[in-house]
Write a protein that binds this ligand. Structure first.
Ligand SMILES: [Zn+2]
Length: 136
């Protein structure tokens, strides 16, 4: 149950209209969760979550720490490129295209396809002389 222990301390951000963010352990969201599953007309004015009083009708969303970081970066003008790296607003992406860095050639033996790294094609063909090029 080591994994469950980690999850128990996971913090999530309860974002309120007006910009207040309340960080609470995910496990302590249960009372808020339970209320939000009810029809809106049955919501109480306030719910106690981890010692804080929260007005459920003012909750804008509940987000993971990773999502919060992402939103903060976007707010700061950073952007995420194809490689998943964050860049400053005016920074150009110079990340390498993993497809270009590791080009592969596809071969067919019978009805099986093999994706062989470009640098190893010659060697691979020696031990698989029956292979046919499968395009791309
Ligand atoms: Zn990049």
């Amino acid at each position: 149950m080591q994994k469950g222990k980690e999850l128990a301390v996971e913090q999530v951000a309860v974002c309120m209209m007006g910009g207040v963010v309340v960080w609470v352990e995910r496990a302590r969201l249960a009372p808020l969760d339970a209320v939000m599953k009810k029809p809106r007309g049955e919501w109480p004015q306030f719910i106690e979550v981890d010692g804080e009083m929260i007005n459920p009708s003012r909750v804008e969303g509940i987000f993971s720490a990773a999502r919060m970081e992402e939103m903060q970066r976007r707010k700061n003008g950073e952007w995420q490129c194809f490689a998943g790296e964050w860049h400053d607003r005016f920074e150009k992406c110079r990340c390498e295209d993993p497809k270009k860095r590791d080009p592969r050639k596809v071969y067919r033996i019978g009805d099986k396809l093999f994706s062989v790294p470009m640098g190893k094609v010659a060697e691979w063909l020696k031990s698989n002389p029956q292979a046919e090029e499968a395009g791309r």
